[in-house]
Design a protein around this ligand. Structure first.
Ligand code: FEO
Length: 397
């Protein structure tokens, strides 16, 4: 436990060893943390818990530090297991503890734990007086679950934002001004790209709403990673940018290859893009971390995807990445497709269809080549890269 500001304390857990989150879906190269907070006022409020593998140590430490019987109420900002996972064990120890959460939060808790605890449903603007501080609730539906909300500690002026503004990042220090800025921003943008991209429209409206509430935010304390202490609104401004069809004017050429022909095509297409002044990253899908790759897709304006044809389809790693891209529904991106084949050659059409379904504008002229490309055919690939580069440049005007 340590004080983050005034009477607000961090009582969470750093998970140094975590390498995958959401099952096997999200890579966490730098671990993570589950940030639970305690407001030690006349009434003592606990905000969120930690993932269940840490429940014993979490509750033991809470008991040693303040005594479980002194906790007056629990706020559950979000019911996902990484924050509400210790709820069952906590309630075994304090069965009558009042739980404050959204309507959807109560529904989900009941479906997870099959208990009818002392629920108190809260909405945006509702508040609880703790003595010197007040908890003010701000619903954040679909950021990123229907139950999500944030709690503003009025008095200490700390926004406990839950997943929003967080990062899967276990760091030696817990404040933004004390950690490596490159690592911090890489983890923050990766989190946004992979988890929040489908909800950008809702996020834009919510950022406006939060700004209009004129909360005197002096610190933003999310439920993962470091706490924004120095210039805390910088992450709100970043979210505002990231939620507005963000790109850095670059392109990615994503490819998967069996014997190197599609790889040669990828190189030629990248050359074409660069001929037009579009900075391009070439990524072997099968050899890359999918969530890092998605972060690169998020930053790019152009997304060109290539796969060999296999069994009338595309290679399995490419299929998986296209499935993720479809789910995330990026806005304002421009794409293309290519691939080598031996006899049937379906891959380019499949990729073009998947990109279109994903809301990506496909530049016509996707290239499929039989067996290994000749120099002339590689020149065609380069020309296709130039065509996509031109379209990207037009779109940037
Ligand atoms: Fe960190 Fe949506 O849970």
């Amino acid at each position: 436990m340590f004080r983050i500001k005034d009477e607000v304390y961090w009582v969470g857990v750093k998970d140094w060893e975590l390498r995958k989150f959401h099952g096997e879906e999200y890579s966490t190269h730098r671990g993570s943390s589950y940030n639970s907070y305690l407001i030690k006022d006349e009434k003592i409020a606990l905000v969120d818990t930690v993932w269940s593998p840490f429940q014993q140590s979490f509750i033991k430490e809470l008991d040693q530090e303040i005594g479980l019987d002194r906790v007056s109420l629990l706020v559950i900002n979000h019911t996902e297991q990484d924050h509400a996972g210790s709820l069952g064990f906590l309630m075994e120890n304090i069965p009558k503890l009042p739980i404050y959460c959204t309507k959807n939060g109560a529904t989900i808790i009941k479906k997870h734990f099959h208990k009818d605890w002392d629920f108190h449903i809260v909405k945006t603007g509702d508040s609880i007086d703790l003595g010197r501080n007040k908890l003010v609730f701000v619903e954040l539906p679909m950021l990123h679950w229907p139950d999500s909300m944030a709690t503003f500690v009025s008095g200490a002026n700390v926004l406990l934002s839950n997943d929003a503004f967080g990062q899967h990042y276990a760091a030696p220090y817990m404040f933004n001004d004390l950690v490596d800025q490159g690592e911090l921003y890489q983890e923050a943008i990766k989190y946004f790209a992979n988890i929040l991209t489908p909800f950008t429209k809702i996020l834009r409206a919510k950022i406006k709403e939060i700004k209009n509430m004129n909360l005197p935010i002096e610190m933003i304390a999310p439920s993962h990673g470091i706490i924004w202490r120095e210039n805390p609104l910088q992450i709100l401004e970043k979210y505002d940018q990231w939620a507005n069809d963000y790109h850095e004017g670059t392109a990615v050429v994503l490819y998967d290859t069996m014997w190197g022909a599609t790889k040669k095509m990828a190189g030629a297409i990248a050359q074409g893009l660069e001929n037009k002044g579009i900075g391009t990253k070439v990524i072997n899908i099968g050899r890359s971390d999918r969530n890092d790759l998605i972060t690169d897709v998020f930053k790019a304006k152009g997304i060109v995807v290539g796969s060999s044809t296999i069994n009338k389809g595309i290679l399995s790693d490419t299929a998986a990445v296209l499935e993720i891209i479809k789910g995330l529904q990026f806005k304002g991106k421009i794409g293309g497709a290519f691939g080598s084949y031996g006899w049937s050659g379906e891959s380019v059409k499949i990729i073009e269809n998947r990109l279109t379904e994903s809301g990506i504008e496909v530049v016509p002229g996707g290239i499929k080549l039989l067996w290994d490309p000749t120099n002339e055919e590689l020149s065609q690939c380069e020309a296709y890269g130039e065509l996509i580069g031109e379209r990207i440049k037009e779109s940037l005007v």
